[in-house]
Structures are given as C-alpha cells and as structure tokens.
Design a binder for this molecule. Sequence first.
Ligand SMILES: Nc1ncnc2c1ncn2[C@@H]1O[C@H](COP(=O)(O)OP(=O)(O)OP(=O)(O)O)[C@@H](O)[C@H]1O
Length: 623
Amino acid sequence: MSSEKDRSPRRRRQGGLDFWAAPLLLVRYLGGRTTQLLGAVALGIAAGFGELLSVWAIWRVVVVIVDGDGDPATVWRHVVLCGVGVLGRAVAYSAATALAHLVAFHTIAEIRLALGGAWVRRPVGEVRRRHSSTAKTLALDSCEKMELFIAHVIPETAAAVTVWISVTVWLFTVDWRMTVAAVALVPLAFATMLRAIRSNGHRMGRWLEARTAMEAAVLDLLTALPVIRVFNRTGAEHRRTTDTVRENARLQSEWGAAFVRWGSPFSSLVASTVLVITPVGTWLLYTGDLTVSGFLLFVVIGPAYPVPLVTVFHRMVALPMLAAGATAIETELAEGPDTGIHRGTGAPARVPGYLRPVAVDFDSVSFSHEPGSEVLHNLSFHVPADSVTAIVGASGAGKSTVIELMAGFHTPDSGKIRLGGRAVDEMEPGELSRHVAAVFQKPYLIAGSIRDNICLARPDADDATIAAVAHAAAVDGFVEDLPEGLETVLGESGAGLSGGQRQRIAIARALLADRPVLLLDEATAATDPDNEAAVHRGLNELTRGRTVIVVAHRLHTIRHADNIIVLDGGTVAEQGTHDELIARGGRYAVLWGAHTVPADVVAGRAGTTHPDHGTGMHRGDQL
Ligand SMILES: Nc1ncnc2c1ncn2[C@@H]1O[C@H](COP(=O)(O)OP(=O)(O)OP(=O)(O)O)[C@@H](O)[C@H]1O
C-alpha cells in the first residue's frame, strides 16, 4: 500500500543513492526565488546560443570564402555577428552565474537555518549524542555541494542540452547523414559516463561516513591535546587520527579507480566524433552528395558542439556526493521526534503562578539514555514551591539525568514531570524555559561579549539591572579589571576566564533570567578555592525565593537543604533533612562519612576539623 512513508528519503534511496534528494531539497527551500532560478536558466541558454551564433558566423565566413564570391561586406557582417555572439555569451553567462549563485546562497542559508531549527527543537540529549563533526559535515560540506548543483549544474545543463538539441536539429537540416555520423558516438559516450557515476553510487555513503570520522578524529585530537600530552597518549591518539585519514584516502582511491574505468572511455568517445565524421564526409564528398562547405561545417562544429555537455557531465561526477549529502540533510530534517515539551495542547502560554516559585513533581518517571538500559525507574518525588531540595547519591545514580529531564533535555519514557501541577509535556513551546533556569558544572558560554552571555535570556535588560545581577554574582569584581569591561568578547567557550569567573557569569545569567525554578548541577564542583566564596555568594542570592533542585557531590554545600533525596540506582533510597538522614544511619550517613573522612585527613593536617570552611551554600538566611 502506498503511504506517506513510501516517499520518505529512506524508502526512495533503498538499493543505492537517492538522486532525487538534491532537487527535492532545492524545491523545498527555494522559497520565492523560482523566477530568479528560471531567469538564470534562461540566461544560461542565451549564453549557449551566443556561443552558437559566433560559431555559425565563422562557418558562414568560411562558406563565403570557399563557396561564394568572397564579398568583403558579407565577410565583415559575419565577423561582426561573431563578435556579437562572443560578447552576448560573455554577458549572458556572467548574469546567469551571478543570478544562480544568489539563488544558491539564499537556498543554502534556508537549509542551514532549517537544520539549526531542527537541532534547537530536538531534545538536547539526542543532539549531544552526535559528534560535532556530523553537524559540521551536514551544515557546511553537504550544503556547499548544493551550491554546485544550483549555481552550476542546473543552468549549465539547461544551456548545454538546449544548445545541443538545437544544433543537432540545425545540422540535420543541412545533412542528415553527417548529423547521424556526428552524434553516433554521443549516446555511447554518455552511457559510459552514467556508468561511471553509478559505479561509485554505493561508495558515497561510506565515503561521507569516513570523512566525518576523519574530521571527528582530528577535532578530538585538537580538543584533547593537553590531556593527551600529559598522559602521554600522543602516539595512540595520533594513530587513531592517522587510521581515519588513511581509510579516507583508501576510499577515495577506490572511488577514483572505479570512476576512471568508465570516465576515460567517455572522454575518448567524445573526442572520437571526428573519426566518424571525417570518413563519412569524405565518402559523401567523393560521391558528390556533400559540398566542401557542408563538410567543413561538420568538421568544425561536429566535434565542438557536444563540449558544453561534456563540461556538464564532468560536473556530474560530484552528483553521488551531492546526493549522499542531500539525503543526509533530508534525513536529519525529517528524523527524530520534536522535543516532547513543545507538543502543546492549546493551554495558555502563561500559566497561573508564572514567575512565582512552583512545586516540582516527578511522578513515576522512567528513563533510559540508550534503549534497553533504564537509568531511572519509576522515580517519584515532590519538591515544594520555594524550597531547596538536594539530590545526592553515588556516581551513576542518575542525579544529572534528573536535572536534564527537568530542563527538558530529554522526554521520559514513561511517567510525568509536573511544574506547578502542569505536565511538562503538555506545555506550550517555550513555557518550560520561561519557568526554569539552570547552572551547570560546565558553564556553557556563547560566542560574544560578557554582556551577551549575561543577557542571554533577556537581551533587552537595561544597564542598571545588568549591573545589579553582575554585582550579586560577583562578576563585577573581575570585569572591572578588563579593559573592555562587560563588552569584553570571550574566546571560544569562555577561553581567557577562570572556571570560577565563567561560573559567576552563568550565575549572573540565571539571576537575570529570573526563573521561578532553579536547577544547579554540580554548580560549584569546578570552582577554584579563590573563587569559591564569590560563587557561593552568587548562588545564595540566586536561590532566594525560588524552587531549587541542586545536585552536589560536596555534601557540605547542601547540608542545609530543606530536603535531601538520596538516589541509588535510579530510585529514591531515602530522603529527609541532613540531621534526619544522619540520625537514620542509612545510605546518606555512609556518603557523609565517606565525604568527611578524606577531608578530615586534609583538614587535620591543616589544623582544622571540618570540611566546610564556611563556603557552603546558604539560601538567603535559611540555607
Ligand atoms: N548521554 C548519555 N548516554 C548514555 N548513558 C548515559 C548518558 N548520560 C548518563 N548516562 C548513564 O546514565 C547513568 C546515570 O548517569 P548520571 O550522569 O545521571 O549519573 P550521576 O548520578 O549524575 O553521576 P555523576 O555523579 O558521576 O555525575 C549512568 O550509568 C551513565 O553512564
């Protein structure tokens, strides 16, 4: 039965490459530029006819000299016509190329925006699972291939085919036998070219994968260079990169060998047209069925006029690569669920309680990052509005997963997450992010200035408000020392700032966002001692008057929390206040013991007796 799925990219490309992927992608993202594209095609055809006019004029000059009376006026008229043809071709070709490129750039921009939109809407967890080189291949390399298709293949093919057909018809009216001789080898030549293109079709998917793997390996090598050096893994990591580079070269050689096998006969066959024209023409001259000028026409034009087609076919060498890239883009745009939190059911965008602390509930939530390995099992807990709940547990217990689910990075496999009583998966687009702010262990910073980073959620914030949050988060302390102040443009991922400084920017950003629910995932773990007090001051300010869920390994930072949930293997092992849990002597007491003993050893040496050196989080006056 024919269904919607039958036309899906995956279905169409079964058994090889989907050569329709690029044209379909173009149609989808061409927008209102159809007229411009048709204009480029028309100008391309005009350029082809300009070239034809010049060749025809030269032939007429030859005819006048050989057959006619050699009238200088006629000769000059045709010389002028030849010039008009050459000039016309140059003008039309330039205009066609410029117009086609404009269309190409616009279309590629639309495709890139669509890819960006798809990644932004998709659950963060799903997008993060992929290596950034995959995104780079799709958004840069595969999109660039579309430029070749739109700006060159389309107008040039239209021009070449139109001119070839027109010239063939014209030559046919001059002498059909010579025309047959002139085109005799063309079908054979193009059959070999098609064979050459198809011979590599099945290799393109693998080549694309190999290229992506190579780029990923190079990126990994560069990113991890410091630890690779420190741990003396240079040889091993370099070998991994080398292997991917070699594999890429091997596939390219394979591709080249297969192409040459069929591509070379193509070039030879096209060049051999004159070998057919010459004996047939000589015979017809001998029998008196062809004039000398007619013979010259075929000898001059016969081998030359398929040349634009040859150029086009050489461009088509890239078609399998283009098809593979376009298919990958199409699959990326079609694939995967939109993040569940955007599937609204018509509820109002601003629920009652907006910007007031709301309760958070996990109601029998189960979740697996990978199919078959569930991380959270029927997890239920209640975080009252305007309270602080800490989630602790051994490494791998699922603490960060709880935070990521709460932030909407993933959708639960089953169960509900509720915010102020409303299920997150029934919220309107953007509603969850209007309620929730997060500060992670790694303070993700965007490319831009410190001000841009602080104002991420509220780009229109006024200077006084920015100054207030910068002060509360102790950002102003180090910003004042920077020559450009808040306008200082950060290097990649905040390069140039310490971990604590980056964290303070993240805290200022969350303060300015002013969300009623705050998620803190190991927000102080990477903070150096010099910055710790400042970061804690910022956090204490941030947690005031909000519903806070905090994940922490350093238990002394959360011992004043209203409720501590101890996770074990994706379920709640126990919960209560610090004192209650210590008194119970269960899992938390064991964790606390493990947490304090090594610290006491250090503290003992330093002459102190407690790990909390006064830097713990204190929520306003409560925590
Ligand atoms: N993106 C992911 N893909 C696959 N598995 C994952 C992913 N993230 C986490 N996991 C797995 O889920 C489980 C819970 O991980 P999670 O990071 O939530 O634990 P955690 O309690 O925060 O650990 P830690 O204290 O070490 O940060 C672990 O077994 C981990 O290997």
